[in-house]
Write a protein that binds this ligand. Structure first.
Ligand code: GLP
Length: 244
């Protein structure tokens, strides 16, 4: 794992956006997986801006959504689906055949998981995955206690996730389960970027980078990934010992 510290959220997002652009230049049919949320929003916007400016070919890559709130429809602006539509799919005119998102309304969420795993396998694996980190150390919806060996799965959301997750919704919303790629997908991806910005993420970044590796704090898996990069701004890095 490599730690990269940037001046602020903009510099961090710029570097992450460049990573997607570079990948698509070298491998236009790459498989890219992104998280939604506040952290990667600027990365998405800068990626779209750069791709349009540089006329990057975005017609061939495969886009995979990291996770979704079970039971929340895509029309709800707090859903991950809605985020991807607004921030990537519509602005770049990405065709529906390129996009794989979990169907949060599926009657058979387990089948959704198997479908996603098969898609990733059939496409030769994920080239680049960009994730955020939750306030309980989750990645996607890989909540504390999750197995590092999981592929896609449905999971009961942790209390922290249910509480913090309200920030995405205009009105109080019942959140119970998540559907998510697993940590095994992260381990098998060719490149993994974990992004975090702001002082409120300083504690979880310290645990991610310097804490004991274990499933009680899923993001600690980053320490085990040779192809993993923890990319943070100075505020999120402020509790790291190696900066003293
Ligand atoms: C959410 C999502 C994650 C996201 C994380 C951090 O609950 N399940 O995929 O990365 O929490 O979100 P944010 O970037 O808004 O802090």
């Amino acid at each position: 794992m490599e730690l990269k510290i940037y001046k602020d959220h903009h510099h961090l997002s710029d570097a992450a956006a460049n990573a997607i652009i570079e990948l698509l230049k070298n491998k236009p049919d790459a498989v890219v997986c992104l998280a939604s949320g506040e952290t990667p929003r600027l990365t998405c916007r800068l990626f779209v801006e750069k791709a349009l400016q540089q006329k990057t070919d975005t017609r061939l890559f495969t886009f995979i959504g990291l996770d979704e709130w079970v039971g929340i429809p895509p029309s709800n602006d707090g859903s991950c689906h809605y985020f991807f539509q607004q921030e990537l799919i519509q602005p770049l005119g990405i065709s529906s055949g390129q996009v794989y998102l979990f169907d949060a309304l599926s009657k058979d969420p387990e089948e959704e998981c198997r479908k996603m795993d098969k898609t990733i396998l059939d496409k030769g694996g994920i080239d680049l995955v960009i994730v955020g980190i939750g306030m309980n150390g989750h990645i996607g919806f890989n909540e504390p206690g999750v197995s590092f060996e999981n592929y896609s799965h449905v999971i009961n959301l942790d209390e922290t996730t249910i509480t913090v997750g309200q920030k995405y919704f205009k009105t109080a919303t019942t959140l119970q389960k998540g559907i998510t790629l697993g940590l095994k997908h992260l381990q098998q991806s060719k490149k993994v970027l974990l992004l975090a910005n702001g002082a409120k993420k300083a504690g979880v970044i310290q645990k991610t980078v310097e804490g004991r590796v274990g499933n009680d704090f899923p993001a600690s898996i980053m320490q085990t990934l040779d192809q993993g990069f923890v990319m943070v701004d100075e505020e999120a890095a402020s509790l790291l010992g190696q900066r003293k």
